[in-house]
Design a protein around this ligand. Structure first.
Ligand code: ATP
Ligand code: TZE
Length: 565
């Protein structure tokens, strides 16, 4: 029944040989209780992390049922961190510029009584990194999770010889060091390896799930630390147990991926057989005063005309975007036939932006340093008469972000596309309570405010969700393509915004129609992809393949855009 958790409770003798004891019968039910609570509560987890594995980390959260937000700006931490259920700090690509945000977030989480988890990646690599990790441990994270080499470095305060981010030690080599680190720091310490150990300084348990192939995927360690943050978020009073139960789920997930394809992109398949059931398309009810009409027969041919023109013209789309989903955004644009360029330097904007066919600005991982480039590019696009599209990700996460979004809207983007919570935050000019980058509202909740935002700003406004609404302030249409599983892939919203930029690039005089057809086409790719997918990770692959392969007959037949008035 509870097949995921195959725990043994090891004892460690002097030679570091692990003697196995029986799995306690409580671990299976406890592990299941933790996972199902995450699915029910969908805790918001803030991550201040690295440039390499944040995509896998975000998808791991979504597959487990949690809601990730990779928000790291010092300007946002005071507002945002206390609202997150837990924080995950990962030092993989640490620089002197990022350290103050890690400190500030750790302090804010501590003050708000929220659990936080530290991943001391490559702690042995340099004095700077080791010192930073030790300083952060002094701020009392709830859990520290590292590989054998990292935990040894932390416990012995020694630098090198090491293998960078990979371990040159067995986890068994570090059990005693982990125990003393746990005792001296007051943190739960977890060491990953062939056996994963968790200790509070007294107790030691070991999880023996997993496959060796997981070492061949970058970011698996970072992702299990992220998962630990979600587990301690929902059971902060039992951080030892929550850490121990987080580990086998990840490995179970890896075993599935391993068996299926041996490919990194298959890793984050839905966790276990009790995969999250996401509600399918909700229809708009009367309280939103929208009346359904028939799909107009023109929408199918219009959508096909847009897609085939994108394929024929391959418009250059400049994106100033975030660190998490830029890969999926670029691949979405390529699959649709457009040409993406993630170029954000202030030095390049005057030359480059006027040459792009359209611009896409996405504020997901906004900082004070990036905002001037967004402003400059919006201005350059406007001056050159090029359409541009704004994705106001997590608009209600902080005052800084909300103000930046409203300033950018004042610069008159052609289209603003957000989820229900984002459009509501923009229209009401209100910060929180939101779920970070994920929506806590239905798109139907935001139709009326989208209309007034469109009227006041002069932009086309799109609200994504089970129905994707598009409005120019007068007309409202709803694209009813797509599948709920698309919400379980990080960055699908960012990617459809990029696709909208490509569609308005080739039909700038009909931005309302181009926005609706882009949303519908992306949804159709999701529907076809879902027929082949086993979960979010394989849907991501099949969605891109399906977008690439769409033909006229399929598009014309499947487009489902309805007018509401
Ligand atoms: N319940 C659903 N049924 C069908 N399609 C959906 C559903 N929810 C979302 N989608 C589709 O998923 C895509 C992403 O929309 P969503 O509202 O989740 O964006 P988002 O929250 O901005 O995403 P992100 O921040 O991860 O980029 C859109 O194409 C949307 O149509
Ligand atoms: C999870 C996440 N955090 C910042 S950007 C992003 C991807 C979806 O917007």
């Amino acid at each position: 029944m509870h097949m995921y958790a195959t725990y043994t409770t090891p004892t460690v003798d002097n030679t570091h040989q692990v003697k196995h004891q029986q799995t306690s019968p409580e671990w299976g039910p406890t592990a299941w209780a933790h996972l199902s609570t995450i699915r029910a509560q969908s805790p918001l987890i803030q991550c201040i992390t690295n440039f390499v594995s944040r995509d896998l980390m975000a998808n791991t959260f979504l597959s487990a049922g949690a809601s990730p937000a990779m928000i790291h700006s010092l300007r946002e931490i005071p507002n945002f961190t206390p609202r997150a259920a837990a924080l995950c700090v990962n030092v993989s690509t640490l620089t002197a510029e990022w350290l103050p945000a890690m400190r500030a977030a750790a302090e804010a989480a501590g003050r708000a009584g929220k659990p936080w988890v530290l991943d001391p990646v490559a702690a042995r690599e340099s004095g700077f990194r080791l010192e930073a990790c030790r300083e952060l441990i002094g701020m009392r994270p709830t859990v520290v999770r590292g590989n054998g080499s990292e935990i040894l470095a932390l416990a012995n305060a020694s630098v090198g010889p090491s293998k960078g981010v990979d371990s040159s030690h067995q986890s068994t080599d570090a059990v005693e060091a982990a125990k003393s680190l746990a005792k001296s720091s007051g943190c739960i310490v977890a060491i990953s390896g062939a056996v994963d150990f968790v200790t509070d300084g007294q107790r030691v348990v070991g999880a023996q799930n997993g496959v060796a192939m997981m070492q061949k995927i970058t970011g698996t360690g970072c992702s299990v630390t992220a998962l630990i943050a979600a587990f301690v978020a929902i059971d902060p009073l039992h951080a030892f147990e929550a850490t121990a139960t987080a580990l086998p789920f990840w490995y179970r997930c890896l075993e599935n991926g391993h068996r299926v394809h041996y490919k990194a992109e298959e890793v984050a398949v839905s966790l276990g057989s009790g995969a999250v059931e996401v509600e399918e398309t909700a229809m708009v009810d009367n309280t939103h005063q929208v009346k359904h009409q028939q799909t107009s027969p023109e929408w199918g041919p219009t959508a096909w005309a847009h897609l085939s023109t994108v394929r024929a013209q391959s418009p250059l789309i400049q994106c100033i975007t975030n660190f998490v989903s830029r890969d999926l955004m670029a691949n979405t644009l390529l699959s649709a036939g457009a040409s993406p360029a993630m170029i954000h330097s202030l030095r390049e904007i005057p030359n480059f932006t006027p040459r792009a066919a359209a611009l896409c600005v996405n504020v997901s991982t906004l900082t004070a340093e990036w905002l001037p480039a967004m402003r400059a590019a919006a201005e350059a696009a406007g001056r050159a008469g090029k359409p541009w599209v704004l994705d106001p990700v997590a608009a209600g996460a902080s005052g800084f972000r909300l103000e930046a979004c409203r300033e950018l809207i004042g610069m008159r983007p052609t289209v603003v596309r957000g989820n229900g919570s984002e459009i509501l935050a923009l229209a009401n000019a209100s910060v929180g309570p939101s779920k970070g980058v994920d929506s806590s509202h239905q798109s139907t909740d935001a139709v009326e405010v989208a209309k007034s935002l469109a009227k006041s700003s002069g932009c086309i406004v799109a609200v994504s969700g089970a129905i994707d609404f598009v409005t120019d302030g007068q007309r409202v249409v709803g694209a009813q393509n797509g599948v709920a599983m698309m919400q379980k892939i990080t960055g699908t919203g960012c990617s459809v915004t990029a696709l909208i930029a490509a569609f308005v690039a080739i039909d700038p005089l009909h931005a309302f129609e181009a926005t609706a057809t882009a949303l519908s086409i992306f949804g159709i790719a999701g529907e076809i992809g879902m027929d082949m997918a086993k979960g979010p990770a394989s849907l991501r692959v099949h969605l891109i393949d399906s977008l690439y392969g769409l033909d006229q007959d399929t598009v014309v037949r499947r487009v489902n855009i309805i007018s509401f008035s």
